[in-house]
Design a protein around this ligand. Structure first.
Ligand code: ZN
Length: 340
């Protein structure tokens, strides 16, 4: 089968790979219908995370269950399923509290790589969410978005306590940030301010429900948010980048008592305790427990209430995965969908 492998920074190849098999009795093998390149894949691609030898890539997928291990009870071959980037049992105390991405039995969601024709999924019963019927082909990109970027943006908005009557700021105009805009609106936010200076991304943010756009960044950006909120700052801020500047911009945009939901994968962020002390801001985030939200997100997509698949502004055959990485690296594309 064909699969995507990162050999070294900027060296992505699609090549023949071993067909994944059931290794543990709780595994499933999924025939991938659609997969995509993640913003977090760009960290090793750019050499900012170490690449330790050839690495199978991809952790976002939807597909059809091909086979299951002997202890899999609820997931069956033939089902259309949505997974996410961590496998979880969905039964431990941490999972039941809604933090499946910190499951005591957590494993990588697609250890053989999801940017491939087939992928092995551990803890299939806990990890996978099956649709009741095969989805309409037009809904496949949106279901794929649910497997990571929508689920992550949604967690950011929930962690930031976005809701009715709230003003929500979103820092970051990548796929997660854009879908945090959608999430904030779906959760009932009154006003959603997207921080972006990129015209195409501003257009998408507006399509997803942004009411205001702010182009300033850093301390200037936070000052602009204060101006727009009677000098107070926003109730809720989603941080969807993961850099020092974006984190400080997010904290600086929140009002005393406000909430920051940080879901950008943190790289080198250091917070100053004393300065943080005087902000009175709640900070909550981390790797999104996408599994918590998946059943609800799948329903919203199947019912046609949301169309998060609009974030895929580039669609390519799997064999052209390298071009998907390049286009996202150069910010020519928000997010690249790959069709095996
Ligand atoms: Zn668990």
């Amino acid at each position: 089968m064909r699969g995507t492998v990162l050999y070294a920074p900027r060296d992505v190849r699609v090549e023949e790979r071993p067909y994944p098999t059931v290794e543990a009795p709780t595994d499933a093998v999924v025939r991938v219908t659609a997969t995509c390149v993640c913003g977090s894949d760009l960290w090793p691609y750019r050499g900012l995370d170490d690449v330790e030898g050839p690495s199978p890539m991809g952790h976002e997928y939807v597909g059809v269950v091909e086979e299951v291990g002997g202890e899999v009870r609820t997931i069956r071959p033939g089902q259309f399923v949505v997974g996410s980037f961590f496998a979880s049992d969905n039964t431990c105390e941490i999972c039941r509290a809604g933090y499946q991405s910190a499951c005591v039995h957590r494993q990588p969601g697609a250890p053989t790589g999801a940017q491939a024709e087939f992928t092995r999924v551990p803890l299939a019963d806990g990890t996978l969410v099956a649709t009741t019927a095969a989805p309409d082909p037009d809904q496949v990109p949106s279901l794929l978005a649910a497997s990571d970027v929508l689920g992550t943006g949604w967690f950011g908005a929930v962690a930031a306590e976005a809701g009715p009557g709230k003003t929500v700021v979103v820092v970051g105009d990548g796929a997660v940030g854009l879908l945090a805009v959608l999430a904030a609106r779906e959760l009932g936010a009154e006003r959603v301010i997207a921080m972006s200076r990129h015209p195409e991304r501003q257009r998408l943010a507006t399509a997803f429900g942004a009411t205001d756009l702010v182009t300033e960044r850093g301390a200037e950006g936070a000052d602009r948010i204060k101006e727009l909120t009677d000098g107070l700052g926003a109730h809720s801020v989603v941080e969807a980048v993961g850099t020092q500047q974006s984190m400080l911009q997010a904290i600086g945009s929140a009002r005393p008592g406000g909430h920051v939901g940080y879901v950008g994968v943190s790289h080198g962020v250091e917070l100053h305790g004393e300065r943080l002390f005087y902000t009175h801001v709640h900070l909550h985030g981390g790797p999104a427990p996408v599994r918590r939200f998946l059943p609800d997100l799948v329903d919203r997509i199947i019912d046609g209430r949301i169309d998060p698949g609009l974030v895929f502004d580039l669609q390519l055959p799997l064999d052209d995965a390298a071009e998907g990485y390049r286009a996202m690296d150069e910010r020519r594309a928000v997010k690249a969908l790959l069709w095996p």
